[in-house]
Design a protein around this ligand. Structure first.
Ligand code: AMP
Ligand code: MG
Length: 190
């Protein structure tokens, strides 16, 4: 049912290994705009696109350097987000007008299954009202977003409560944009 909602352009919250995300079809500008509305999120704050496979990621981005591929191989699925050149099929609303896009493959089995069943990449920020803490249970999601979204998939408590590490792979050297579940030391070791 959650996958069907997503295919119809609606917003669905789901668990990841970091926090609950609020997902929508990343290829549908209107569906993505509904995420910003539900959260009260400023339009200039870009979203992370969640995928279920490397092939799906590669279909959404431009050239990927061998160094970026190394990070993918080592840390995906997992809490590492890579900023890469944006392919045209990703609507501008996803990346707040940037010519880059942030992508990751989560390791939570429910997140992966939902992305696969929907057959879509999911743009998904944390499933809280803008400015509130990131939710680690379905109940917390509903306290913030109940009545504003189509569904939440209840997968129990999420592991970390720590967000994904964001690395910009479009600059040389790469830049750490946000610390998170994967440490700088782990990144440097690769
Ligand atoms: P959230 O999903 O709420 O954890 O926020 C995602 C964060 O990822 C944004 O606030 C940015 O800091 C970062 N981000 C997403 N897309 C990009 C991008 N194209 N370039 C740089 N940073 C990005
Ligand atoms: Mg957030």
């Amino acid at each position: 049912r959650a996958a069907a909602f997503l295919q119809r352009g609606q917003c669905v919250a789901f668990p990841t290994e970091t926090v609950y995300g609020l997902g929508a079809n990343a290829l549908d500008a209107q569906a993505v705009a509904a995420i910003f509305t539900a959260k009260g999120r400023p339009q200039d704050n870009p979203l992370i696109v969640h995928c279920a496979s490397e092939a799906q990621v590669l279909s959404l981005v431009g050239d990927v350097s061998p160094e970026a591929r190394k990070l993918m191989r080592r840390f995906w699925p997992g809490p590492l987000t890579l900023v890469l050149p944006r392919a045209d099929k990703i609507p501008l609303v996803v990346s707040a007008g940037l010519d880059t896009v942030a992508v990751r493959i989560p390791s939570h089995p429910i997140a992966l299954q939902l992305i696969e069943q929907a057959g879509l990449p999911l743009a998904a920020p944390s499933a809280n009202l803008s400015g509130r803490p990131s939710p680690t249970t379905a109940r917390h999601v509903l306290e913030d977003l109940g009545g504003r979204i189509s569904a939440v998939v209840d997968g129990g408590e999420t592991g970390w409560g720590v967000e994904s590490t964001v690395v910009d792979c479009t600059t040389k050297p790469f830049r750490l944009l946000r610390p998170g579940g994967v440490t700088l030391e782990e990144l440097e070791s690769v």
